[in-house]
Design a protein around this ligand. Sequence first.
Ligand code: PMP
Length: 387
Amino acid sequence: SLYLDYCASTPLHPRAFQTLMDSSKLYYANPSSMHEMGFEASLRVEESREQIARLLQVKATEVIFTSGATESNNLAIIGVVRAWMKRTGRNPHIILSEIEHSSVYQCGKQLAKEGVEVSFLPVNRQGIVSPVSVKESLQANTILVSVMHVNNETGAVQPIAEIGELVKPMPHVLFHVDGVQGFGKLPVELDYIDLYTVSGHKIGGPKGIGLLIAKEHIEMDPLLYGGEQELGIRPGTTNVPAVLSLAEAIAAAFEEQQKKFKHLMALHDLVYSRLAGISELVMNSPQPPLSSPHILNFSYQGRGITSAMMIRMLAKQGIIVSSQSACSSKAKQSRVLMAMTQDEMISSSSIRLSFNETVTLEEAGYLVASVEQMVCQLKSKNKFDLL
Ligand code: PMP
């Protein structure tokens, strides 16, 4: 079958796989132990931290290993808010966008219940947040702005550089970026970003490991209480093999980024131009450079056609796709598409295709032919239903 759900998760990069295997055998000791084997494991973790810090041009002390992007996002948002509330005894204001991943969005919803003022920024029809709306939402008690780099449903690239520049002169306002879907695909500058989230399993690394880059000046409460690991901000025995494998996956992703990007653009161009020509479909993803080429989202415009139906129809042709984020796949409608279109039909009949570099142009051709066939079937079904 043809797997086109690389946004939900990727297979391990061969180098990351090898590192995971080797280090699982070699470095099983607890890196916090005082003996030689513990010291050796801890040394490897610190080497990985330094390697990642070099690649991202941050300090090693700014790299925090977590269990994944969900934890990183929670730590960034809830950790910063709690520390500020403790210090000032007041309720802060934070700004998120309506199209954030649930691991950011639900932090906002939860904090709102706890008395924090939360603004959710709208997006335009292309699914892009406007820096002007960020500016207009800023209040005297705003302490955090969180806007993702690349949207995980549509691929829409957010103007994080502009938002970062806007927020930079305000030292009391921190800027968090969920970088999960942009990392390793598009270049990113961490200069103007205070907190930055990465997930291992979206870039050829293992599941259950991620990063939060938290710049030195940031005051943050931990989410968990326990040992002294990760500068005391994230207790728990370090997952040594996953850390080493993640560092390898990041190194590989950076080395191969440009070459992969070219191929992803070729795939995107082929699929986009063919699908945009089908009148029953509406393209929900903007075109590059407003979108990352590895994600392509479209909806079927017709009554009673759901994402689940189309996922099943494509599966019969051996094509594996999804409709929205795997984390919210049980929802009938896409919150992201609703924010963009306010159209229930479009928001409940979407398909998200996501590619990686191993997908060939031939396979992309097969995909397009399969979608065309699906549309023919749906058209006749719709006619039949209307009789
Ligand atoms: N943010 C975004 C944009 C994502 O796409 C995902 C994965 N669906 C996450 C966060 C959560 O990542 P993890 O699986 O590492 O918790």
